[in-house]
Design a protein around this ligand. Structure first.
Ligand code: ADP
Ligand code: MG
Length: 357
């Protein structure tokens, strides 16, 4: 087990700065998620942690030891990728045994370790199969097992489930979480999938254009995004945003009659999560929005209503499944569930704004 710290990591590829002063503290034994869209610098960060690639400047510590000058073998890490390649001409047993054989581990110890890992990953009955006789999920577990047999102190996983179909992905996700809890080893897991991040992570760092945009526990980030980018990135369907105009020193928007905000600036945007929009008024102070329903999609456990405000702005509403809505409805929001962003996309503390009733 090991804790990992990145201090002021910068990475240039040629003249392009792809990591801009990345700082991270990853705790011993946690499931840490690096979440970001494609091209944000996730793989670069992971490769630098592994020692496969080197930072241009900054320091990496494993516990208190600076590992800047250590290669991947010395760092004792295991990596699992999206494009895991199993050896096609070897059985599952031999695939699992291979890393140990390469390290000249004796036959009895190999057998013991392979069996132990196979048991843990539910592969015990598949040891004599060849990779082509495995499902995608089983093959991915073998890839993970191959990393496990070596007892590395740190696991680095780069979008390991992206190639699997949705159902298997969900299953393996659950298994992976259990395996990590059982092993109590540090996992650093890269993904662009917010659902994976929310369900697996003890902590999540959101990477955006080579910077850590926000770091925290999954629900904390979801409930208290610090930027509009993070607010929009997390949540399905996406958060609704309203640009507010300033008239006589007060911000308002014709669609949401009843919101008047006093703020010392030139632009603000209001953010409202689809699940925070109510179909019934709960309190007198709730703010009403008149909308025309465009579609209702049923997802089983919930429904998504897509509607248009009177000014033609799309509103996404997430509600329970047994909705029966007419074409023109009033929906409601509560002041407490609104987020306010300044023109740079940073969240504004409520203390700096005043709602005029
Ligand atoms: P992610 O894994 O989040 O999709 P990457 O870390 O792979 O992002 O890439 C981050 C940025 O660095 C991208 O703009 C990518 O084009 C660039 N990049 C990655 N690897 C190299 C490389 N070896 N040479 C030049 N540019 C690279
Ligand atoms: Mg990548």
């Amino acid at each position: 087990m090991v804790s990992v710290s990145l201090k002021n990591i910068k990475k240039y590829y040629n003249q392009t700065l792809v990591l801009k002063d990345v700082n991270l503290d990853i705790m011993d034994g946690e499931f840490f998620i690096l979440l970001g869209s494609s091209g944000s610098g996730k793989s670069t960060t992971l490769n630098i942690i592994s020692g496969v690639d080197r930072q241009t400047s900054g320091d990496i510590f494993f516990d208190t030891q600076n590992v800047n000058n250590m290669g991947p073998v010395e760092r004792n890490i295991a990596m699992v990728f999206q494009d895991y390649a199993l050896y096609p001409h070897m059985t599952v047993y031999k695939n699992l045994a291979f890393p140990l054989k390469m390290r000249k581990v004796d036959r009895d110890s190999i057998e013991k370790k392979v069996n132990e890992v196979a048991e843990k990953l539910g592969l015990a009955s598949l040891l004599n199969r060849y990779p082509k006789e495995l499902s995608g999920g089983q093959a991915q577990r073998v890839a993970l097992g191959r990393a496990l047999v070596r007892d590395p102190s740190l696991f680095l996983l780069d979008e390991p489930l992206s190639n699997l179909d949705a159902k298997i992905r969900g299953q393996i996700r659950t298994e992976l979480k259990l395996i990590q809890e059982d092993l109590k080893k540090t996992f650093i897991y890269v993904t662009h999938d917010q659902q994976e991040a929310m369900s697996l992570g003890d902590h999540i760092a959101i990477l955006h254009n080579g910077r850590i945009e926000q770091f925290g526990k999954p629900l904390e980030i979801y409930k208290k995004p610090k930027t509009r980018y993070v607010a929009a990135f997390l949540g399905d369907p996406e958060m609704n945003f309203f640009d507010l105009k300033k008239n006589d020193g007060v911000f308002s928007n014709d669609d949401i009659d009843g919101v008047h905000i006093d703020y010392n600036g030139d632009e603000i945007t209001l953010g409202i999560r689809p699940e925070d929009i109510m179909l019934k008024k709960q309190k007198d102070s709730n703010i009403g929005i008149k909308v025309i329903v465009r579609s209702v999609e049923l997802f089983g456990s919930y429904a998504v209503i897509i509607a248009d405000t009177l000014s033609g702005k799309e509103l996404r509403i997430r509600t329970d499944n047994n909705v029966n809505v007419s074409r023109e409805i009033n929906v409601y929001i509560d002041r407490s569930s609104m987020l306010i962003f300044d023109k740079n996309g940073d969240v504004i503390d409520y203390e700096n704004t005043k709602v005029i009733e």
